[in-house]
Design a protein around this ligand. Sequence first.
Ligand SMILES: Nc1ncnc2c1ncn2[C@@H]1O[C@H](COP(=O)(O)OP(=O)(O)OP(=O)(O)O)[C@@H](O)[C@H]1O
Ligand SMILES: O=c1[nH]c(=O)c2[nH+]cn([C@@H]3O[C@H](COP(=O)(O)O)[C@@H](O)[C@H]3O)c2[nH]1
Ligand SMILES: NC(=O)CC[C@H](N)C(=O)O
Ligand SMILES: [Mg+2]
Length: 549
Amino acid sequence: MGYYSIAYSRRMHQKILILDFGSQVTQLIARRIREAHVFCEVHPCDVTDDWVRDYAKDGNLKGVILSGSHASLWEDETLRAPQAVFELGIPVLGICFGMYAIAAALGGKVEGGHKREFGYAEVRARGHTKLFEGIQDYATPEGHGMLHVWMSHGDNVTEMPPGFKLMASTESCPIAGMADEERRFYAVQFHPEVTHTKQGNAILKRFVLDICGTRPDWVMGDYISEAVEKIRQQVGDEEVILGLSGGVDSSVAAALIHRAIGDQLTCVFVDHGLLRLNEGDMVMDMFVGKLHAKVIRVDAAAQFLGHLAGVNEPEAKRKIIGREFVEVFKAEAASLKAGGADVKGAKWLAQGTIYPDVIESGGAKSKKAVLIKSHHNVGGLPEQLGLKLLEPLRELFKDEVRELGVALGLPHDMVYRHPFPGPGLGVRILGEVKKEYADLLRKADAIFIEELRNFKDAESGKSWYDLTSQAFAVFLPVKSVGVMGDGRTYDYVVALRAVQTSDFMTADWAELPYALLKKVSSRIINEVRGINRVTYDVSSKPPATIEWE
Ligand SMILES: Nc1ncnc2c1ncn2[C@@H]1O[C@H](COP(=O)(O)OP(=O)(O)OP(=O)(O)O)[C@@H](O)[C@H]1O
Ligand SMILES: O=c1[nH]c(=O)c2[nH+]cn([C@@H]3O[C@H](COP(=O)(O)O)[C@@H](O)[C@H]3O)c2[nH]1
Ligand SMILES: NC(=O)CC[C@H](N)C(=O)O
Ligand SMILES: [Mg+2]
């Protein structure tokens, strides 16, 4: 899969180039810039000088941002900014590792082994530079402007390159920002792209709008027309099959692709035996009427459960599920007989892959980010797919996908459903997956969701389903002792999980009312024979993840 780019936007819009060194938050830079209505693209940091010059040649490139990285400069010599970036005569902003990349390219010095700073910090910002002018959280009695920021680094710039002046400092990091205002090169040690940096948006806007001078003329409506045009160009008259789960992302992807190519699209909904209670029927009901697209339902429960038998390790399970999905898609693609007699099956596989799936699978542009878990649709895909991938949402965050869904006219209920992971109950049954466990979990999960919908918050009038971003039950394959009807029980445990988040990259556990937890626990223990204990998960992400595997 190549990087994401839209030929049409490149012609029409002024743009910012983000070079990705593999930070977990690179895409947040892009997102903040999109929020400022400026078109931007993320590309890997190891593009060549010729590529950069070619990219800039139409005159629309107005600035370059160099991202952070998990690595250190001396660990990986491929992590360098192309020299051409500094020769275009346009502004450059380096963030964290990006600041080291500037120092390395222009004759400064970077060293490790100094004080590490992770999390909140206070930075003294020098207001005389254009980047910070008039931007501060508060002023000290001496009149110094201060910023509340988020830091995540172990290395430091210890000598600025010639021509640079100090722009910011913290107690433990004397050079926390530097600028060569003549050449319009800026660098900050902290991360303006994360929301914990309070003035982060203001700083990025200052860079993009004032320093680079881009026109803020990019909106979600453009995204639709540009994506539609790009899909048509990519696909031509070939057939596409799309993995439809009934979730938000694949529904939005289906609507977008359907708008682009109509009947060349066939949706394939896979029932792998790890869906929630009655989900298969619900998805078919919802799609066959509402989406006006062709939908095929494939019953593959025996195939998935067969291959998962005896497998305990989460990554191994994810890989198997990813592989079996592809087996199903390939078989459906090959047997597709749409269109005229000369159509030999589908050439494309479309998925509703979104950015957090990509980054957590360690599959960001530069392939430099680390692996957290292989989302079945990214890291779980086999090397030899045999189909071309079409993933129009690959660069968007969940809330942007929802915004797109609304703009495409999808029903509110569909767009605001809680997400459900492709591997389904497969990653919510810890260890080996068995049908018996899945059946118990389905019942417990359905009770939890039903009560979340029933319970309304007095203040806002909203249901707890709407007040949480994702909620589900997890099956723990351990047994504990209980007493029921004066008899002894020795049965399984489920954990309830409910989180609140906007982008699913970080999440807080939800403070559900005790009355709700009480009702759910009592109903599960009474109604689901085989479960005698219910617990509530009070871990945030990070350091936990949302799913248990
Ligand atoms: N049961 C399924 N049948 C077919 N394709 C699926 C199935 N489950 C997942 N997929 C594919 O994998 C992709 C990723 O799944 P994921 O759960 O992240 O997205 P989603 O289901 O579309 O949306 P949501 O995150 O709201 O659940 C989907 O967009 C879809 O293309
Ligand atoms: O389609 C998916 N395929 C997967 O393999 C997968 N793993 C996690 N998730 C969903 O991603 C979000 C973040 O989950 P984690 O905090 O567990 O990584 C949560 O919304 C998870 O439900 C997946 N979705
Ligand atoms: N967030 C970053 O870019 C960190 C860069 C580098 N890994 C450091 O520790 O300093
Ligand atoms: Mg899903």
